[in-house]
Design a protein around this ligand. Sequence first.
Ligand SMILES: CC(C)(COP(=O)(O)OP(=O)(O)OC[C@H]1O[C@@H](n2cnc3c(N)ncnc32)[C@H](O)[C@@H]1OP(=O)(O)O)[C@@H](O)C(=O)NCCC(=O)NCCS
Length: 177
Amino acid sequence: MKDRLTLELVTPFNLAEYTKLQHMIMSQPDRYRSFGAWSTFAVEAKDDWNTVRFLVTREGAANVGIAWIVRIHQDDKAELGLALIPEYRGKGLGKIVGRLLLRQSFDSLGCQKVESFALGCNPASAKMQKGGMRLEGTQVRSVKVSGVFYDRFWFGLTREEWIAQIANRPAKLDAVG
Ligand SMILES: CC(C)(COP(=O)(O)OP(=O)(O)OC[C@H]1O[C@@H](n2cnc3c(N)ncnc32)[C@H](O)[C@@H]1OP(=O)(O)O)[C@@H](O)C(=O)NCCC(=O)NCCS
């Protein structure tokens, strides 16, 4: 799939669309396998200045998901998250959105460090993050999902590593993220 993806900042003007997609994703029965304890987070987008929220939009088509950057430690560090609507998963879009979130965190927000995690029961998330970030550590049998304990993998990237990635990246790939 070659579609161009964009991260559209969530403002009061498109908050209803973000909330609609969030409901769609978080009301799925398997959501707990993706997010663990996060699956209980409020389905309303809060007025929360530490979290920058985005609609993931696809050129000339319906929105495909949501993404967010939680800014911590006086904004120098960020934690990333994203969730696509089921029909758009497994088509390579997650990798592009992950890339866009990294670019936004380092280039627009000026972060020094970015982190995110994936649960052992969510191979798509783990593989996607491994593609753009470095595995920093594993919390063994850390999260209980449907009665089974799974490992939690933490991924990270420093600003220096990001700059090195950009330097080695073909220009045409940067056009999509
Ligand atoms: C996790 C998520 C964002 C990944 O996006 P995606 O578009 O489905 O993933 P991609 O198609 O870009 O694939 C990324 C990698 O995962 C692999 N993959 C995709 N779906 C997979 C699956 N169901 N099982 C195993 N591997 C899978 C792909 O082959 C690819 O591997 P590669 O880098 O070796 O080529 C998406 O599946 C999603 O929104 N899931 C629900 C919400 C969620 O889990 N969010 C993350 C919470 S931490």
